[in-house]
Design a protein around this ligand. Structure first.
Ligand code: PLP
Length: 489
């Protein structure tokens, strides 16, 4: 394709994308295809001769779009939001057009310098203190691909710091602390690094958040047993239920264990901190006081298209001392002089996408007020859904609504006043969820909280309105009645 052909195809592509967004509501949320559908439609061999681009673009509409689950659909309530914006898309397009892996300042000064600036903007947006700002010259932030990458890097940095301060400790004595509600990123990091992971217990009474006393007891017992817990992956807004670990209590314990690195994973809920009224619920002050590292995904609830995970550290040396490998071909005068950040030493790969561009586009377009409006709208929609659950005959909350997430289950209220066992209720809820998940006009996900099967509804798509919430709750009540009828037969 030459430049003029690209101009034409590019205009057409934008038209197609606009049409996609106009027609989103008419599409089913979940794809209808069966596993293996694409292999039946696409040749197994690559073409020998190149094809006209329009044929390929037509096949995208014909073959690929039907196999998409539409995460931007207003009735998509599964997993977590992936709020994307047109500004973000255009940022990606421009970044892709420059197509450079700006891994150090010399490789593309604008890539590094914009990232340094937008990470400070993002920190200020969330209320993260000056210790985490790049402008501090000590702490700083960088954009990662995912929260899993960010946690892995935090753990690598924590391990390296711990080994430097405890040179005699064998690796097999090191323990990563998580909770039973931490995202699987904790276990995965343990697998990758060959380190033990201990998941601390949390209870429904504590709304599945980690308490200081649980941490203190585990630290005491493990230390006594010769183990070395060196990092706690705490969560603000767990995936299953939006639980928040009690960072105020964790802080009082952590001061007695200064070698324990505190990483805060706020992948989904952290962006709520743009609103001052949610900062206390997110323990912002305690994060500012004690966290060694903090991560939130702007590609979840933060209006920036995937991938856009932000990681801040209190001291950038933690990262560079763990990750800096500089062969001669990567040396630059600016890097050697320490005048610039070489972001290649802040993550795993060498090459980096120019992700700061989409951040810049989105933050400038929305402003702080635009972010606040969007977050408040999602939370208010979830509150109206939660109210519908409270009014429902057979549905009830399993945990209180958290940010823009509701977790509920079906608990029959029968005239006979019959009481059900947990196993019976779990069986019923699995059947109930099977009904919901077989529908194509709505998407929700299920989870299990301390043995209780439940269903999650996460709000966050830009086009979701009160009508979609009302439609969803009507549909969920109808399915509950049907599931119950079949179950009682
Ligand atoms: N942490 C939390 C709390 C999450 O909810 C999720 C996603 O569900 C993740 C981490 C994983 O995020 P990523 O896909 O960016 O690794």
């Amino acid at each position: 394709m030459d430049i003029e052909a690209f101009r034409k195809a590019g205009y057409k592509a934008i038209d197609d994308i606009c049409d996609y967004y106009y027609s989103l509501q008419e599409k089913s949320v979940v794809s209808n295809v069966k596993p293996g559908y694409l292999a039946e439609l696409v040749p197994s061999e690559p073409p020998v001769k190149g094809e006209p681009f329009q044929n390929i673009a037509n096949d995208y509409q014909k073959l690929i779009v039907p196999g998409l689950t539409h995460w931007q659909h207003p009735s998509f309530f599964a997993y977590y939001p992936t709020a994307c914006t047109f500004e973000g898309m255009l940022g990606d397009l421009y970044a892709s057009s420059a197509s450079n892996p700006g891994f150090n300042w010399y490789a593309s000064p604008a890539c590094t310098e914009l990232e340094v600036i937008v990470m400070d903007w993002a920190a200020k947006l969330l209320g993260l203190g000056p210790a985490f700002w790049n402008s501090s010259g000590v702490g700083g932030g960088c954009i990662q691909s995912t929260a899993s990458d960010a946690a892995l890097i935090a753990i690598v940095a924590a391990r390296s710091l711990y080994q430097r301060t405890h040179p005699d400790v064998e690796l097999d004595k090191l323990v990563i602390y998580t909770t039973t509600q931490t995202h699987s990123l904790g276990l995965k990091a343990g697998l990758i690094l060959g380190l033990q992971v201990r998941a601390l217990e949390v209870t429904s009474g504590d709304k599945f958040g980690l308490r200081g006393e649980t941490l203190r007891k585990a630290l005491e017992a493990d230390t006594k047993a010769g183990k070395h817990p060196f990092i706690l992956v705490a969560t603000v807004g767990t995936t299953s239920s939006g639980a928040v670990d009690n960072l105020a209590e964790i802080k009082t314990v952590a001061v007695k264990y200064p070698s324990l690195w505190i990483h805060v994973d706020a992948a989904w809920a952290g962006v709520a901190m743009v609103c001052p009224e949610y900062r206390e619920q997110c323990y912002l002050q305690d994060i500012n006081d004690i966290a060694h590292s903090f991560c939130t995904n702007f590609h979840k609830w933060g209006l920036v298209n995937f991938d856009a995970s932000t990681l801040w550290v209190r001291d950038r040396k933690y990262l560079t001392e763990a990750l800096d490998v500089t062969p001669p071909f990567l040396r630059t005068a600016e890097g050697d002089a320490g005048r610039v950040i070489d972001y290649r030493n802040w993550h795993l790969a060498l090459g980096r996408k120019f992700r700061s561009l989409k951040f810049w586009f989105v933050i400038r377009s929305y402003g702080i007020e635009g972010f606040q409006k969007y977050i408040r709208q999602s939370i208010s929609l979830n509150e109206s859904f939660a109210e519908k659950i409270s009014q429902s005959k057979h549905l009830e909350h399993v945990t209180p609504p958290s940010f823009a997430l509701s977790v509920f289950r079906l608990v029959p209220k029968l005239d006979s006043q019959r009481v059900f066992t947990l196993d019976e209720l779990n069986g019923l809820n699995k059947q109930y969820y099977a009904r919901i998940s077989s529908r194509k006009d709505i998407a929700l996900t299920q989870t299990v909280l301390n043995g209780v099967s439940c269903i999650r509804l996460a709000v966050g798509a830009a086009q979701t309105t009160k009508e979609h919430i009302e439609k969803a709750s009507a549909l969920l009540n109808e399915e509950a009645e049907e599931a119950l009828k079949v179950w009682l037969e």
